[in-house]
Design a protein. Structure first.
Length: 350
């Protein structure tokens, strides 16, 4: 319920909505009080008695909500709060009785003044307690709403930060490829520029959405593979297979590419012979299964690759998976005798 120990006022007691709610409540309260007031009194005395009592209730309730209850939240001491509330009731009760005696009873003390005093005291304490019981759950709901909004804002900020990290990382690698081609005056350079343009357009304009069509994400991956093939040995074998319907499936953008980048970096560029990468997409109505398998490094079999796995790209995507698919994804990284395999399962809602 408490946001922190320094939090004094959680509800906007000065807001228009809060004031409007109070005005409506007290109008209803006055109407009920007038209805149950003594029938033998004149109308003017009835109205005076009702307004006097209501004014004291308004003072007590607002002092309670604006000062006493926030102090309870700050000190977290029920004894201090209860003592303050009871003490305030003791102070207001004789003043309230004096006003009633002077304006309603014709300066004559009520014959049953002890009973009258008890009634006024208890009614004020009960009404103040009810106001606290109403405000406490409202405070809790307000705090929960603020926390939820803050978490959502933080998640969106972190996701944007993680996505922004992807672009420079990819662009650096691709420009290196293009630079190598221009040095060789290769005829492939224009095609590389065209593919790079398509990829950058996708990253800049379409990846701003929360989800993108899986079909476009796969096309982005294919373009990336074509660009990487330019510098690869002809002995390297790269396969990509897609099973299932991907046109109607949507997924978070740039989610798979870090795994593929990692496979090229550690499975192809560090392997001397029999280098390979196998990429599979298995798509069903409820799930995307993504598998990428790459050959192990030749120069440190079984160890070197394991130490290198987990650069900026993989750390990035793991965080994104935790934020976007907190309970609907499963990520496994397996070490096989001659390869490393990453398997990612994501539950989707088409």
């Amino acid at each position: 319920m408490f946001k922190n120990k320094k939090s004094i006022e959680l509800l906007p007691t000065n807001s228009i909505s809060w004031i409007s709610a109070q005005v409506l409540f007290w109008l209803i309260f006055i109407s009920i009080w007038l209805y149950f007031s003594p029938k033998e009194w004149s109308y003017s005395k009835d109205v005076s008695w009702t307004l006097i009592n209501t004014c004291f209730y308004i003072v007590l309730v607002n002092v309670n909500l604006r000062f006493l209850l926030p102090r309870l939240m700050q000190s977290q001491s029920m004894i201090i709060y209860t003592s303050s509330l009871l003490g305030l009731g003791i102070v207001l009760t004789p003043i309230k009785i004096w006003f009633n005696t002077h304006f309603c009873y014709g300066d004559l003390l009520c014959p049953n003044w002890i009973t009258d005093a008890k009634f006024h005291y208890i009614s004020m304490i009960v009404l103040a307690a009810i106001s606290s019981l109403v405000r406490i759950p409202l405070d809790w709901l307000t705090v929960q709403k603020e926390k939820k909004e803050l978490i959502t804002k933080n998640v969106q900020t972190e996701l944007q930060f993680l996505k922004n990290q992807i672009n420079p990382h990819f662009l650096f690698n691709t420009l290196n490829n293009l630079y190598a081609l221009t040095l060789k005056k290769s005829d492939d350079a224009p095609d590389v520029v065209l593919k790079l343009s398509d990829m950058m357009r996708y990253m800049l304009y379409e990846c701003n959405e929360k989800e993108v069509p899986l079909e476009k994400e796969i096309q982005y991956i294919k373009n990336y593979i074509e660009l990487e093939k330019i510098r690869l040995s002809k002995n390297a074998e790269i396969n990509i297979s897609i099973e299932g319907e991907c046109q109607s499936t949507r997924v978070a953008p740039l989610l798979f590419i870090p795994f593929i980048e990692n496979s090229f970096k550690h499975g192809i560029k560090t392997s001397l012979n029999n280098a390979f990468i196998d990429i599979q997409f298995l798509i069903t109505d409820q799930e995307i299964q993504f598998i990428v398998k790459n050959s192990k490094s030749d120069h440190l079999p079984g160890h070197g690759h394991a130490r290198k796995v987990g650069g900026i790209g993989l750390v990035n995507v793991k965080k994104r998976l935790e934020l976007i698919y907190p309970k609907t994804h499963q990520l496994e990284i397996n070490s096989l005798p001659d390869a490393y395999e990453i398997q990612l399962n994501i539950t989707t809602n088409k």
